[in-house]
Design a protein around this ligand. Structure first.
Ligand SMILES: [Zn+2]
Length: 268
């Protein structure tokens, strides 16, 4: 029996200790020069970020690339540029925070361009409708994010609109870590949830009002779909239209700054 116990202990060590030792080894390696080049090319603002945030970002990217599997779909071959760009944008949302690197996420599926997702909806009369939607991104709570590379790459049109599908889908991932994707990520304290819900509800209503009255808004109208989409689009605005969001929606900006623990106005 003793030998059996010894085998079990060794197996336990293998399961729990080796992956952590391997991760420590991976994180201790130098960040490849071509990865830095990709970040400078595809992450606007990266070059202006404070050095400590750049260092944190590189460490998170290494962990992301070590732990997540990228799958090329629709004939796409996964390259370093695809992996590092997506990991870089995803890990922007983790800086300065006590958070693991998307613990529920296992796979990132990447299509060359908009992909078709079959949808089945049942109305109250029991009629089932099948639709085919062209999508640029999807986040699933079962451990998958799906992205269209032509939208996830550095895209001048999306840049001009302050939109970023990678930030959007990974905000959904953070939202779903609480067990329900409802627009409120893990905020740690009851006081933080209270302040968050007061500001988000008010801002959500203001967005609905602006849309109904054809008023201009810097927040993507898609955010009015529901609170989860609102959190995803204001996350995009926080990182891509920081100055405007801070100016026109200071209370919302403050909530996002408290949660994300960074102030992108410092480098955008
Ligand atoms: Zn969404």
């Amino acid at each position: 029996m003793e030998w059996l116990l010894a085998v079990l202990v060794l197996l336990g060590l293998g399961v729990f200790v080796l992956p952590r030792a391997r991760l420590r080894y991976v994180l201790s390696q130098a960040f490849p020069l071509n990865y830095s080049k990709i970040l400078r090319k595809n992450l606007p603002g990266y070059s202006r970020m404070p050095t400590d945030l750049q260092m944190q970002l590189k460490r998170r990217i290494r962990q992301f690339l070590y732990q997540k599997t990228f799958v090329g779909c629709g004939g796409l071959t996964i390259t370093d540029e695809i992996r590092v760009t997506i990991a870089g944008k995803a890990c922007l949302l983790l800086l300065n925070r006590e958070s693991d690197v998307y613990p529920q996420l296992t796979h990132v599926l990447v299509y060359p361009s908009a992909f078709v997702a079959p949808r089945t909806q049942m109305n109250t009369g029991g009629v089932v409708t099948h639709t085919n939607q062209g999508l640029s991104g999807e986040s699933w709570s079962d451990g998958r994010v799906i992205l269209a590379w032509d939208q996830a790459a550095h895209n001048p049109e999306n840049e001009a609109r302050g939109q970023d599908v990678v930030l959007h889908e990974f905000a959904h991932q953070l939202d779903s870590e609480t067990g329900s994707t409802n627009g409120a990520p893990d905020l740690k304290t009851a006081a933080a949830y209270k302040a968050w819900s007061q500001v988000m509800e008010r801002e959500f209503s203001q967005l609905l009002h602006a849309i109904e009255n054809d008023m201009p808004t810097i927040i993507d109208p898609y955010g009015a779909t529901n609170p989860a989409e609102f959190f995803a689009v204001v996350t995009e605005a926080f990182f891509k239209k920081s100055q405007d969001l801070a100016h026109y929606h200071p209370a919302l900006y403050t909530q996002l700054r408290n949660y994300y623990q960074v102030d992108p106005c410092d480098w955008i």
